[in-house]
Design a protein around this ligand. Structure first.
Ligand code: GLC
Length: 582
């Protein structure tokens, strides 16, 4: 694989606030094969006992992350926010939510993570701000046509009195994508575009000030020692609103090819990222990394992973797969083929927007319905529909070994190392996700994977917060204690120990050679060989298959032995004599 061409670099004008610690990793290419652990800060660990996870909580758990063996953490938003969308409604991009800590807490967290050899990636949300952002408040107080309104997408309504929204577009979270405002004189006024919740007004990226401000945000965190950025809704930002107000646009239809969709994946958005790369990311030494969250047609994914742009993009194809060898093989082959020259493949099974894959793999397949959708239907049934949780966990453990055997970077989601299942029975009063709220409960939304982590068996917060602290808004279910980190720590065969062993082994086995060779030996089996002479075999069929003889490096089920049978729903890594140097 070729490496990124060395770009012209400059030392940032502002001196770093956090001097790089001696242990801070300096390699330029760390992100290519990294295992990145996603922290959802508000439900990770609560140090101050207010019921909300915080930055000092993350610092207190660096030992867990180091023992797990991850290369980096990615923090979902920790910025000031009313939490209308779990923090993706950002009031101020260059501050820490006071309930989560201070900038000093942030610096201390970065120092502790760097000292443990763990890099730090932060989420940036460039498509929209929150409706509490100073810019939006200024826009509301300013007249139509003003510069303050120009930072957002304000338009006059249609029909008599402008009472109808400017277009028929629907928001991703349900309802119209337009919200009417009350003008300063108290009269009903213009409408603003919000592709997500009304509390998330879209910015107008044709405005130079909007572009400059995001560059400032990137520099702000890079100066504080952040190693990379996860870019929220990277395929949004640039829009052609006025040319399409008369057209009904399917808001979720991101599969349109050619870069001509009015709202998504427009060709011009790459100019934004080229500027980020040139003016910020590559202006640091080592360069800061970036990974795009871009739900685009697979053929267009590489654009976001261009080394002259963001450099890496999430691939959600494996994430969409059911427990099906053919589907997974296609997702893997596609992911490898679509990799941008100079970038790396990425793999993920779960994140804060999905039903946890441990549960997903136990939900029976439905004709004509994808695995994510089938799992969402299960959640929405309050868990009354059939699901085999043991089977799900068994398969999730096997899927981990498959995922970690693939070339490229792997993104893990907090709690999957405990084998956590989705919490499907969150009571209506505790529901937080706007998808659930705006559908009146018809959809359950994404809360079930965002429940506070269980660290110990200690009642009432399972070690999430201090014993006398406030309870998290979404209560943890009683079964969390038995799967807590403390219960699994040091226990052979536990999911936590499997993750630790797998990450350790992967580090030993991974070379700079990203080749992957399929060994086609049985239906329903994903058998692949990697450089350095090792293989990964995953049995997705319903019958035992023979495991090649050789040295067993790791298995997802402790009962598996080299040369023996690999039962359904298990994976093993094997070093086969004679494979070396082939
Ligand atoms: C991304 C985030 C999701 C959020 C949305 C709007 O898809 O992953 O959690 O709701 O953007 O910011």
């Amino acid at each position: 694989m070729s490496t990124t061409t060395a770009p012209a670099r400059r030392v940032p004008a502002s001196a770093p606030v956090t001097a790089p610690t001696p242990a801070a990793p300096q390699a330029r290419d760390w992100w290519r094969r990294a295992v990145v652990y996603q922290v959802y800060p508000r439900s990770f660990a609560d140090a101050d006992g207010d019921g909300l996870g915080d930055l000092r909580g993350i610092t207190s758990r660096v030992g867990h992350l180091a023992a797990l063996g991850v290369d980096a953490v990615w923090l979902s938003p920790f910025y000031p926010s009313a939490l209308a969308d779990g923090g993706y409604d950002v009031d101020d991009h260059r501050a820490v939510d006071p309930r989560l800590g201070t900038l000093e807490d942030f610096d201390a967290m970065v120092r502790a993570l760097h000292a443990a050899g763990i890099r730090v990636v932060v989420d940036v949300v460039p498509n929209h701000t929150s409706d509490r952002h100073a810019w939006f408040r200024e826009a509301l107080a300013s007249p139509p046509g003003s510069r303050a309104r120009g930072r957002y997408v304000f338009r006059d309504g249609r029909g008599p009195g402008g009472d109808e929204p400017p277009s028929s577009w629907r928001s991703i979270f349900g309802g119209s994508a337009w919200q009417r405002v009350v003008e300063a004189d108290g009269t009903p006024g213009q409408w603003y575009l919000h592709i997500f919740a009304p509390e998330q007004p879209d910015l107008d990226w044709s405005e130079e000030e909007v572009r400059e401000d995001m560059l400032e945000t990137l520099r702000f965190w890079a100066d504080r020692g952040v190693d990379g950025f996860r870019v929220d809704v990277a395929h949004g930002l640039v829009k052609d609103v006025d040319g399409h107000l008369d057209v009904h646009v399917e808001i979720l239809d991101t599969g349109i090819e050619g870069g001509n969709h009015p709202l998504w994946d427009r060709d011009e958005v790459q100019e934004v990222y080229a500027q980020w790369r040139r003016d910020v990311l590559d202006a640091y030494d080592p360069p800061r990394s970036a990974v795009a969250e871009a739900s685009v047609h697979p053929d267009r994914r590489a654009r976001y992973a261009d080394p002259l742009g963001l450099g890496q993009a999430f691939n959600f194809d494996l994430f969409a797969c059911g427990w099906d060898a053919g589907e997974m093989r296609r997702a893997i082959d596609g992911g490898l083929a679509q990799m941008a020259a100079g970038s790396s493949a990425t793999w993920t099974l779960s994140n804060h927007d999905s039903v946890r894959h441990t549960t997903r793999f136990g939900v029976p397949p439905r004709e004509g319905v994808g695995s994510q959708e089938a799992a969402k239907a299960w959640v929405t049934s309050d868990g009354r529909d059939p699901v085999d949780l043991d089977l799900g966990l068994r398969r999730a453990r096997a899927a981990l070994l498959l995922e970690l055997a693939l070339p490229g970077a792997v993104y893990l989601y907090q709690g999957e190392e405990l084998g956590l299942h989705e919490v499907a029975d969150i009571p209506w009063e505790a529901v937080e996700d706007p998808i659930a709220v705006r559908s009146g409960g018809e959809e359950k939304g994404r809360d079930g994977c965002r429940v506070a982590l269980p660290w110990t068996q200690d009642w009432p917060t399972f070690g999430f917060g201090p014993e006398d602290g406030a309870l998290p808004g979404m209560r943890q279910p009683a079964w969390f204690g038995a799967v807590s980190a403390a219960v699994q720590d040091g226990v052979p065969g536990s999911t936590l120990e499997l993750y630790r062993a797998a990450l350790r082994r992967r580090r030993e086995l991974t070379t700079a050679d990203d080749a992957l060779t399929w060994v086609d030996d049985a239906p329903g089996v994903l058998h692949l060989e990697r450089p350095g002479g090792w293989r990964s075999v995953t049995n997705l069929s319903e019958v035992d298959v023979a495991l090649p003889a050789g040295e067993l490096l790791l298995a997802s089920d402790p009962a598996v032995v080299a040369g023996g049978a690999l039962p359904p729903g298990t994976s093993a890594w094997v070093r086969v004599p004679g494979d070396d140097g082939r």
